[in-house]
Write a protein that binds this ligand. Structure first.
Ligand SMILES: [Zn+2]
Length: 326
């Protein structure tokens, strides 16, 4: 190396040394921490993302006891919580916002207008229906609703983390938002997708779920991992396909059970019998799958069968009517 080249090389090294901390800060890849609520709170996931500027939280679990480890992690870091993102309006994913804010102070809580409206209604209905009583003081009855409205397609930059917002529409819940973090090549799906869990179709939107899978599949092409609302991280193609197969199976089982009604209309079994039969069929086909901390037959029988039968029989009725008209 000539003396001039050697000098040039030294200068380049010095420039790199000076500029590298800046480059590192700009391109810092956030660290992801997963938190899982206990089985009485449906084994839901929340994810903390950390950079040297602070934390972002995706979903918030439900109970005060669920969020204690999240609060402790943030406090120990001495870094601020800079935002909470809510994926969908189900209590096991948003009710933890209140105790987190009580412990850490005001924080922007991001959700779409639809999710905000529906989660307020969901919280009020849950309290009215009384099923939260079982959690006692562990459920914070004062709701902290989202205070920052998200729009479909927007890209936010917080704490050095980019968050792409995509509205997926109705599915397991009345509406879902997908959050993509390009720096991680990961998507945070809430319950739009679940990993090795029985899919909740009790609100009667299995058809919408199938449409959601069609919509989300191409959106996940830029992503290497999906971090779902329940279960571990999974590769996008696998999670979408496994969810689709499960919903198709449950819909076919419902059709099969309902077919008895049309074959023998006079002696058709009552709804309770159909529900029991459907539960049995689904349970035998769902091997090695998690069920939110309760026995699988209890989950399918208590939460899924009635809503699914109702949805499929209504759709059949509509189809029959339109066939008659044609
Ligand atoms: Zn959930």
């Amino acid at each position: 190396m000539t003396r001039i080249n050697c000098l040039l090389f030294t200068v380049i090294l010095m420039v790199m040394a000076v500029s590298s901390p800046y480059v590192a800060a700009k391109t810092e890849v956030p660290q992801v921490y997963r938190f899982v609520s206990n089985e009485t709170a449906y084994e839901a996931n929340a994810y903390l993302l950390k950079t040297n500027q602070g934390w972002l939280l995706f979903d918030s679990l439900m109970l005060k006891s669920d969020v204690e480890p999240i609060i402790a992690t943030i406090k120990a870091s001495k870094l601020p919580l800079l935002g909470i993102f809510i994926t969908h309006p189900h209590v096991d994913h948003f009710a933890g916002v209140a105790p987190i804010v009580a412990a850490l102070g005001e924080v922007p809580v991001y959700a779409t207008a639809k999710t905000r409206t529906d989660l307020i209604a969901e919280h009020q209905n849950a309290i009215k229906a009384g099923w939260l009583e079982v959690f006692g003081e562990d459920y914070e009855r004062t709701l902290v609703a989202p205070n920052k409205e998200l729009k479909d397609g927007e890209l936010l930059e917080i704490a050095g983390i980019s968050v792409k917002v995509i509205e997926l529409g109705a599915g397991e819940a009345a509406n879902h938002t997908l959050f993509i973090v390009p720096q991680l090549q990961q998507a945070f799906s809430g319950d739009a997708l679940v990993a090795s869990y029985a899919i909740y179709v009790g609100e009667g939107r299995s058809a919408e779920l199938l449409a959601l899978y069609d919509k989300v599949q191409p959106l996940l092409q830029a992503v290497k991992l999906v971090r779902p609302g329940h279960g571990g991280a999974m590769e996008p193609g696998r999670i979408v396909e496994s969810n689709r197969q499960q919903v198709v199976m449950m819909r076919e089982a419902a059709q099969h059970v309902l077919a008895q009604q049309t074959q023998t209309p006079d002696s058709a079994p009552p709804n309770s019998v159909l529900q029991r039969q459907l539960t049995q069929q689904i349970v035998t086909k769902l091997n090695a799958i998690s069920s939110y901390g309760m026995p699988l037959p209890q989950l399918i029988g208590g939460y899924n069968s009635a809503g699914l039968l109702n949805e499929i029989s209504k759709a059949n009725e509509l189809r029959k009517k339109s066939d008659v008209r044609q």
